[in-house]
Design a protein around this ligand. Structure first.
Ligand SMILES: Nc1ncnc2c1ncn2[C@@H]1O[C@H](COP(=O)(O)OP(=O)(O)OP(=O)(O)O)[C@@H](O)[C@H]1O
Length: 391
């Protein structure tokens, strides 16, 4: 029966290199147990035969379904349409990765690409190619927002069960046990892609085994954020400080596709200025430690109000116009500035503002003195609305 199951797997996955493994024996035992139960209402353990691991099988199938449940025709179309669009650098990276996947030797790759050079586009094509062949490709990203950009992508913390307090543990490891469903999915996957990995803290080598991993990111962008830490702590927490970094094969994209597609000279100048800043080539003022932007870098404003008036002019007559709104945004480095800006903009809109306050009491009354209301109200937890949500 196990041979039969193996044969079926080889046929459906179009991969004749699949070997007999524990998972197949488990599926075999499950089938035998189902038959025994039908025939005599007894489980295998009662008949002196090892019992199957039903829980692992169900969880594995769920994860597997998620990994393989794609529309193959749609994927084939994505591959056929987008592979010819790849520029020469992207095609070279694509061929290198596909060859490494086909050779099955694994490997750790890092795709170093500044914003706009098409790494998301390229990774989508790699994912579609692997999935179109009925193979599993796992995609993870360091943040929820980055995860929305790739099909079937989830956050690295959720998929790899990373510990939440990575910075404070001496030797952090993933909470994935060897026999768990996710471990099976990871070992069955042809490639694991980790987008925006430069934002993440270095991880233990045991997470990766001999798998084929593609990390992608840009060290010129946001590095790991460690609350109340020094710049040295952040550099130390960076992926480049990992022992694994010396094993990483580097791949590069440098042509800015946003600029190439738009054919806009000012966009090209802007992307070059961004690269110069990212590469640390802009002189730093020794007394303040700050850099000065070149005059033609952008339009400078002197106050928040001026910024709002430039980006959202005449908001009163436009705030219901979704198209108008979708074309503009103000980005800020800190949540506090985002809240301040939102508050000023909201105040310009006519209508009644409603305040929604979070619950601010403790469930255990004995703990009330340890958690004063002022403290609970001051908490600003990532991913949750502020204590006083004004809409
Ligand atoms: N070979 C290509 N052919 C056509 N369009 C492309 C190609 N490569 C990238 N693009 C387009 O260029 C734009 C930028 O690409 P993409 O978002 O993949 O870049 P990125 O490196 O991931 O940028 P960021 O780091 O800012 O997210 C997208 O609109 C994408 O669809």
């Amino acid at each position: 029966m196990s041979e039969d199951i193996l044969h079926q797997i080889r046929l459906t996955s179009r991969n004749h290199d699949v070997e007999m493994n524990e998972e197949i024996h488990n599926r075999d035992l499950l089938l035998i147990e189902d038959m025994c139960y039908l025939m005599c209402g007894s489980l295998l353990i009662r008949l002196g035969i090892p019992d199957p691991n039903r829980e692992m099988n169900d969880a594995f199938n769920r994860e597997l379904e998620r990994g393989r449940g794609y529309d193959h025709q749609e994927l084939d179309l994505v591959v056929q349409t987008n592979v010819p669009l790849l520029n020469s650098q992207q095609k070279e990276v694509y061929d290198t990765l596909m060859k490494a996947i086909d050779d099955g030797n694994g490997g750790l790759y890092f795709l170093d690409a500044p914003g706009g050079t098409g790494k998301t586009f390229l990774m989508s094509v790699v994912l579609a190619t692997v999935r179109a062949r009925s193979n599993i490709a796992v995609a993870v990203a360091s943040s929820g927002i980055a995860a929305t950009l790739l099909e079937g992508c989830r956050t690295a913390h959720s998929t790899l069960k990373l510990p939440l307090n990575l910075q404070t543990i001496e030797e952090p490891t993933c909470n994935i046990t060897k026999n768990s469903a996710m471990a099976k999915v990871l070992s069955a996957s042809k490639i694991i892609i980790w987008d925006e990995c430069t934002m993440d803290l270095r991880n233990d080598s045991r997470c990766f085994g001999g798998a084929m991993i593609l990390l992608s990111g840009d060290f010129r962008q946001t590095l790991p954020v460690i609350p109340r830490s020094t710049a040295a702590d952040e550099i130390n927490a960076c992926l480049k400080s990992s022992n694994l970094w010396r094993y990483v094969k580097k791949l590069q994209l440098t042509t800015n596709m946003r600029v190439a597609l738009l054919n806009d000279i000012s966009a090209e100048d802007f992307s070059e200025q961004l690269l110069t800043i990212g590469n640390g080539q802009v002189p730093v003022d020794e007394s303040s430690g700050l850099i000065s932007f070149p005059n033609n870098f952008c339009n400078f404003v002197s106050s928040k109000d001026e910024l709002i008036n430039n980006v959202f002019p005449d908001i009163i007559s436009n705030y219901k116009n979704n198209e108008w709104l979708s074309e503009r945004a103000i980005l800020a480095a800190k949540n506090k500035d985002v809240d301040d800006l939102n508050y000023i903009i909201q105040n310009k809109i006519i209508g009644t503002m409603h305040s929604f306050k979070s619950i601010d009491c403790v469930t255990n009354e004995d703990e009330a003195t340890n958690y004063p209301i002022e403290f609970l109200n001051s908490l600003d937890v990532p991913g949750l609305p502020p204590h006083n949500l004004r809409l």
